[in-house]
Design a protein around this ligand. Sequence first.
Ligand code: PGA
Length: 241
Amino acid sequence: MNIVIANNYQEISIQAARLVADQITNKKNTVLGLASGQTPIGMYQELINMFKRGKIDFSEVVTFNLDEYYGLAPEHPQSYYYYMWNTLFKHINIKKENIYLLNGMPENIKQECNQYEYLIQKNGGIDLQILGIGDNGHLGFNEPAIGLNSKTHLVNLSEETIQANSHYFNNIQEIPKQAITMGIGTIMKAKKIVLLASGRKKSHAIEKTINGPVSTEVPATILQLHPDVKLLIDKEAASQL
Ligand code: PGA
């Protein structure tokens, strides 16, 4: 793993945006795997700034998002569909038909998951996957477990994740207890992976990801087995190394 320790969140965001921009410059029809949550917001803002300065053209870019809450409609303000449109897509020149997001209210969950895997393959696979990391080491919504699903699937959220995301909702009852997520195999098939982490609360997960034994109990440790991973973290997230 290539580990880059930046001074602060702003530096992570700028460096991550540059990696994305370089990828798109090298391959106009890049397939990006995108993450939601607090961590990538700065990167998305920087990408929008670069787009406005004419430094990136998203017109041929294709995106697939990592995950979605199960039971939230796209128009729900806490859905990742809503997040992605408002945080990035509506500000750039990406084509609507090139954006793939999981449907949180599918008629047939198995079909939704299988179709997503099919569409990723049909588009040539993910060139660059952006990841955050949970305080518990989860990737996407692949939670610590004795076994992990390889492909896109429905998952029960851990108590820790429900607590960590509770501040986005009015009360804990409103938080979905399940989500649809790309599987670990889906993520590991990406040609390149960049994981972003900021802040002291991520430091234990980061320490295990780098130094720990590969274990499904800390899903991010599986990245040790990927040939092209960059961890872009700030000093606080690196404080346990
Ligand atoms: P965060 O979430 O970026 O909001 O910290 C990351 C994650 O839980 O994977």
